[in-house]
Design a protein around this ligand. Structure first.
Ligand code: NAP
Ligand code: GDD
Length: 340
């Protein structure tokens, strides 16, 4: 019998890549999906129907706000490994929806840990748990950041992730749960949500290429991020749960770029000068922002044997190319959409 895994947040960027990664390794994959209108299965649609669909993928309705549902799903899935990825993951939104963010991203993790611990105790077999932690927890701590850097979160989202991180440590130390904290720096892909800056910029570059009258509004152009590639990063999650003992690992590329650098690469790729097309909109500035994130992933390299493969420039070019294709499809099916 192969292993089985439960992924919360399977419909998100990372969940979709992780599902592919685990299915390719012979896992049976259970995914927690919250019901929404309209349905949001786009990133895993190819695994659910069509020629690539997998009979080893099983989806369960549930929501992080419902502890009874989480407990029932843990029982039904009976997983060897749980990857807890579901969260309200947008930092900017967490300033306008702090309580929802703490509920979903912070308490949601506490509820999931309780569901997993309960299932482990009832089934009397080991269940390994991964918590999707974030470099946003470091907030104001100067770069480079590693596992020993203090957490100084500068957003409600960062605070919620610190709560989830500490709850994971407590489950490990108090109850002996095999529980790992990944502390992942930003990672992107063509499946990134449109509200995050890399996808927003790639999409705008592609659309402005065909309609130079369109404009792109951005907030803070000076922020620096350590941007890696999501398919590389989900492999690190899996490697953590294959170790002999649980632990905490930073996952990062160690290379940092500014939002301006991102604009140079994406607009440069389609032959445009971003300065002619971008406006700074003060409404998009966050009440507090994190200036500079750059991870030191020495421990992950040494203990997990993990290394990033994709370079920042190649990733942004891939994302921009994908947006060029999407823009062509949009124009062919709906006519040009004006908003970015
Ligand atoms: P994402 O694309 O925003 O996906 C978030 C997932 O959580 C979606 O599947 C979403 O479902 C689900 N979700 C949200 N609220 C839920 C609820 N109340 N109940 C059940 N499911 C819910 O995020 P991502 O980029 O894949 O990131 C995955 C995880 O890693 C997140 O926890 C994020 O905070 C963390 N992280 C991400 C990065 C990064 O750079 N990507 C870096 C560090 C940490 P819907 O599809 O229905 O919205
Ligand atoms: N989203 C967004 N939209 N960000 C903008 C914009 C804009 O129009 N203009 C400038 N930025 C700046 C933000 O202020 C921030 O400094 C930077 O671009 C990156 O923003 P995001 O792409 O939204 O990512 P993030 O760093 O805030 O958060 C992501 O990475 C975290 C790990 O550090 C998310 O994936 C989090 O879930 C993740 O934990």
């Amino acid at each position: 019998m192969g292993k089985s895994a439960l992924i919360t947040g399977i419909t998100g960027q990372d969940g979709s890549y992780l599902a592919e990664f685990l299915l390719a390794r012979g896992y049976r994959v259970h995914g927690l999906v919250r019901r929404r209108s309209p349905a949001t299965l786009a990133r895993i649609a190819h695994l659910v129907e069509g020629p690539e669909r997998s009979s080893d993928l099983l989806l369960h309705d549930g929501d992080l706000g419902d502890p009874l549902a989480l407990r029932a799903i843990a029982e039904r899935a009976d997983p060897d490994e749980v990857y807890h990825l579901a969260a309200q993951s947008h930092v900017g939104l967490s300033f306008t929806q702090p309580e929802t963010t703490i509920q979903t991203t912070g308490l949601g993790a506490v509820r999931m840990l309780e569901a997993v611990r309960g299932h482990r105790d009832r089934s009397r077999r080991e269940v390994r748990y991964y918590q999707a932690g974030s470099s946003e927890m470091f907030g104001g701590s100067p770069a480079p950041q590693s596992e020993v850097t203090p957490f100084r979160p500068r957003s409600p989202y960062g605070c919620a992730k610190v709560l989830a991180h500490q709850a994971t440590l407590i489950a490990r130390e108090a109850y002996g749960l095999f529980a790992c904290n990944g502390i992942l720096f930003n990672h992107e892909s063509p499946r990134r949500g449109e509200e995050f800056v890399t996808r927003k910029v790639a999409r705008a570059a592609a659309r402005i290429r065909v309609d130079p009258a369109e404009r792109l509004a951005l907030g803070n152009l000076e922020a620096r991020r350590d941007w890696g590639y999501a398919p590389d990063f989900v492999e690190a999650m899996w490697r953590m749960l294959q170790q002999d003992a649980p632990g905490d690992w930073v996952v990062a590329t160690g290379v940092t770029h500014s939002v301006r650098d991102l604009l140079e690469v994406a607009f440069g790729h389609v032959g445009l000068d971003w300065r002619d097309h971008v406006d700074v909109d003060r409404a998009l500035l966050r009440p507090l922002d994190v200036d500079d994130l750059c991870g030191d992933a020495t421990r992950a390299r040494r203990e997990l044997g993990w290394r990033p493969r994709q370079r920042f420039e190649d990733m942004i070019v891939e994302m921009t190319e994908r947006e060029v294709e999407r823009a062509a499809i949009d124009d062919a099916t709906h006519g040009s959409r004006r908003e970015i």
